[in-house]
Design a protein around this ligand. Structure first.
Ligand SMILES: Nc1ncnc2c1ncn2[C@@H]1O[C@H](COP(=O)(O)OP(=O)(O)OP(=O)(O)O)[C@@H](O)[C@H]1O
Length: 263
């Protein structure tokens, strides 16, 4: 088994303390404390609008008005040295419709690793990334003729090109059929186990939570739980992570009401 990560495994890949983000007139993330362990899959789960994408944007350094501490791979989030070490796939696939799958990847590979001397290495990386996302049979198809799920896999392949240490994926399985979802989750586990990649993956599908090593459960800009799926189920006496999440939401609502009445 190969480990491409240069950090010691015990060091968290992401460490946040009192992380706060303001977007427009609203405080979207409120004083969050959490860690994302290195070389593992951490799921970021919570209802639509709770702040998952905002948290991911803060981690990859594209979010304005971030306060508190946010360290990523041992550097402050957004540090220029992190650019080549992080892969980020947004919800909207960023591919060129008038290029084939392979041409899209060739283009991004040439930006990452330019020059004639690295042509063979680029070809190898592109072929591997296309195979990783199971698009080998579509390598010569125009991206504009692919389905939504296939286009988002092209985006994922682009993110894999640089062998990132941290992969941040915003709802990567939306719109995929169950077989593809399973295959992608297998790929995520292989990346963590064999390449030492840290993955932070958002979803609002609770059954995907069961596939993660660790979970950050969010609601309304706050973190309700930062734990393993097993520990969450055990401490809430629930059979599923979904039931555990609902238990924690009810507890948070009750605590909020108690706070209001004792003011
Ligand atoms: N550009 C913006 N200006 C102001 N508020 C914003 C902006 N973008 C998002 N928001 C608000 O920030 C909050 C968090 O949004 P975010 O996209 O992070 O949520 P999310 O959990 O990723 O949602 P989804 O699962 O639907 O993608 C939402 O209430 C949203 O209305």
């Amino acid at each position: 088994m190969m480990n491409y990560s240069s950090r010691p495994p015990e060091e968290p890949a992401v460490h946040a303390q009192d992380l706060t983000v303001v977007r427009g007139p609203r405080t979207v993330l409120r004083g969050l404390d959490f860690t994302v362990p290195g070389g593992r899959i951490t799921g970021l789960l919570g209802p639509s609008g709770c702040g998952k994408s905002t948290l991911m944007r803060a981690v990859v350094g594209t979010q304005a008005k971030v306060t508190g501490t946010l360290d990523v791979l041992g550097r402050p989030a957004g540090h220029p040295a992190l650019r080549t070490r992080i892969g980020y796939v947004t919800q909207a696939p960023s591919v060129y419709d008038d290029l084939t799958v392979r041409q899209n990847l060739d283009y991004f590979a040439a930006i990452l690793d330019p020059g004639r001397a690295s042509a063979d290495r680029r070809h190898e990386k592109v072929t591997r990334a296309i195979a990783d996302v199971d698009l080998t049979t579509h390598a010569d198809a125009l991206a504009g003729n692919l389905s939504g799920g296939q286009r988002s896999r092209v985006s994922l392949a682009v993110a894999l090109l640089g062998t990132p240490e941290l992969l941040v994926l915003d709802e990567p399985t939306v719109g995929l059929d169950p077989v593809l979802r399973r295959d992608l989750w297998n790929l995520f586990h292989t990346l963590a186990a064999e390449r030492g990649t840290t993955l932070l993956i958002s979803s609002h599908v609770m059954d995907e939570a069961e596939r993660c090593d660790r979970l950050l459960l969010m609601r309304a800009g706050e973190i309700l739980a930062d734990d393993t799926p097993d520990a969450l189920r055990a401490r809430t006496g629930s059979e599923t992570v979904e039931a555990a999440f609902l238990h924690l939401v009810d507890a948070a609502i009750t605590a909020g009401r108690t706070k209001e009445t004792t003011r």
